[in-house]
Each structure stands twice: as C-alpha cells, then as structure tokens.
Write a protein that binds this ligand. Structure first.
Ligand code: SF4
Length: 288
C-alpha cells in the first residue's frame, strides 16, 4: 500500500508519511520542526529560515524509511554534501541511517593512525565519497548486532577491519577482529573498548580519548526528565547483566555521550559521572 501523509503534520512543504517507524532521527536533527505524535513523528512546525530548512533536509536525508517528503527538493544536494556532520573536532555524525538498524546513529572519528567508523550508516555513495575525501576508514567498530547495517559493504569498499565481540559474531561472520571476555581492551592508547553485556550478550562500547563514549544501545539520554537511561524495554539479553555492566562503566570518566539512538550530549565530566551513578542506583532498584 502506498504511504500516505500523516494527519498530524501541520500544513506546508515538509511532511511525514505512514512509512515512519518512529526512530527519532528527525527529532534529533530538527527538534524544532519534528515531534513525536502518537506512534509516529510529524512536522509540527514548518521550517521557515534557510538554516531551519537545511535542518529539515538533513532529517529527510537521514530518515531510514524515506518517510519525510517535501515538494521542494532544490536544496537537497547541498544538504547532502553537509554529511558527515561535524559534531566536534575530528568527530562526525554520518546521517543516512539504515532501516536495518532502526535508524541507528553512526559516527566517524578522524585519527592520524587511521579513521574509525562506529556502527554503520546506509551504504550511500555520496557519503562514501565524502568519507574517502576525509581519509577513508581503517577500523569499523560495531557495538552490537543490531547496528551493523551495511558494515560489510563499508568494510569491503574501504578495506576496513571490522571489530566486534565474538558473541555478536553471527551478525558479522566475516569480521576481521573478535573481542572476547568482559575486560576492557586498549586497542590503541586513544581507543578503549569496553564490553558491556546486557542489551545484547556481546554489546561493547568505545571510550575515545577518555572523553567520548560511543555507547551503542547500552546507554542513552532521556530528555524527560533529563537523565541518563538504559532502555529497559529494549533489553534483549539480560537487564541484570546490563546493570552489572553499568556499574563497571561508572568507574570510567567521560564528558560526551554519543549513543546509537537518541540525543548526543556533552556535560562536565563530574556531572556525567553523577548522572551515571544515579542511573546505576535506579537500575539496581529495578533489578532488586
Ligand atoms: S526519521 Fe523518518 S522514520 Fe524516523 S521518526 Fe523521523 S520520519 Fe519517522
């Protein structure tokens, strides 16, 4: 059945159709214009300025299901050329999310010893060309099975080496490197890989430069009530195990959270640590 425009959209150029899977990507990229209405996202305020329209185009391009439409596509190519979007020096959000990972976010780290891709976006040629221009990919780190998307295509194109935990191997059978156990591994002085089983059995996060935590689906931000959260309803393996993992993660220090789903946040390290300890306590109460 052909998708139809959702009634919740306000009238104007941009709208969301019934292909929406409520993945949240558009609400992260253009939060002033896309909102959650029932089980979908909708355009609840039309973009007016050039900057606002650019943000809406970023959302349209990153939507994993093509659910965002507009009659005016003249700026689409310019908006496409913005990706990957710079978040902070040397760290990019890739956009072009995949339906295979339910719109999961992926990130690119530029590093003098070789760039890293964290989880996989859609294999989209204009994005691939931009990544080539930024130096390509040496390592493709996969946090867990849900967010591998087109990792095999990126690995093949860039001759990148995939890193994934051995317990997630069935999602990426040809991966070049398999992590084992639950002890943190310094792959490089800047790259600490920390197994965090719970959401899935071999889920692993990346702590980069003791500052940036790429958390996959293990840890996220809840904008209401502005606290760290652990997606208890989407825990596929063991929430008790996820709680124990989170207790270990609370021994680490970081100030940026770059999750697989939801908002990217930055706060002083001490505040992040306090927020993580509050989450650990809530998780312990849930599991006891
Ligand atoms: S990005 Fe697309 S699928 Fe995801 S919530 Fe927005 S409209 Fe829906």
């Amino acid at each position: 059945m052909a998708p139809t425009k959702l009634a919740a959209n306000v009238s104007g150029d941009f709208f969301v159709n019934t292909n929406c899977i409520n993945c949240d990507t558009c609400r992260q990229l253009a939060p002033d214009h896309f909102s959650e209405v029932g089980k979908f996202s909708a355009v609840t305020a039309q973009p007016q300025t050039a900057d606002q329209k650019r943000g809406a185009f970023h959302a349209l391009l990153s939507c994993p299901t093509g659910a965002i439409q507009t009659a005016h596509t003249d700026e689409l190519q310019l908006a496409s050329a913005d990706f990957p979007l710079l978040l902070t020096e040397g760290i990019y959000y890739c956009g072009f999310t995949s339906r295979k990972s339910y719109g999961g976010s992926s990130y690119l780290i530029l590093h003098p010893d070789g760039n890293w891709l964290i989880d996989s976006p859609r294999f989209h040629l204009p994005l691939v060309r931009k990544i080539e221009a930024l130096g390509g990919i040496r390592y493709l780190f996969l946090t867990h099975r849900d967010d591998v998307a087109d990792a095999d295509k990126y690995a093949s194109h860039f001759r990148a080496e995939r890193i994934i935990h051995e317990l997630e191997r069935d999602s990426q059978p040809d991966a070049e490197h398999l992590l084992t156990g639950t002890e943190p591994i310094f792959w490089h002085p800047d790259f600490k890989l920390i197994p965090q089983p719970g959401h899935t059995i071999g889920h692993t996060v990346l702590l980069y430069k003791q500052t940036f935590l790429f958390s996959g689906d293990h840890l996220a931000w809840d904008g209401s009530p502005n606290e760290l959260t652990s997606h208890r309803d989407y825990c596929w393996y063991s929430f008790e195990e996820q709680t124990r993992s989170m207790e270990r993660l609370a021994e680490e220090r970081f100030s940026w959270l770059l999750p697989g789903h939801g908002k990217r946040i930055m706060m002083p390290e001490a505040e992040m640590h306090a927020a993580l300890n509050r989450l650990v306590k809530r998780m312990q109460n849930w599991t006891n």
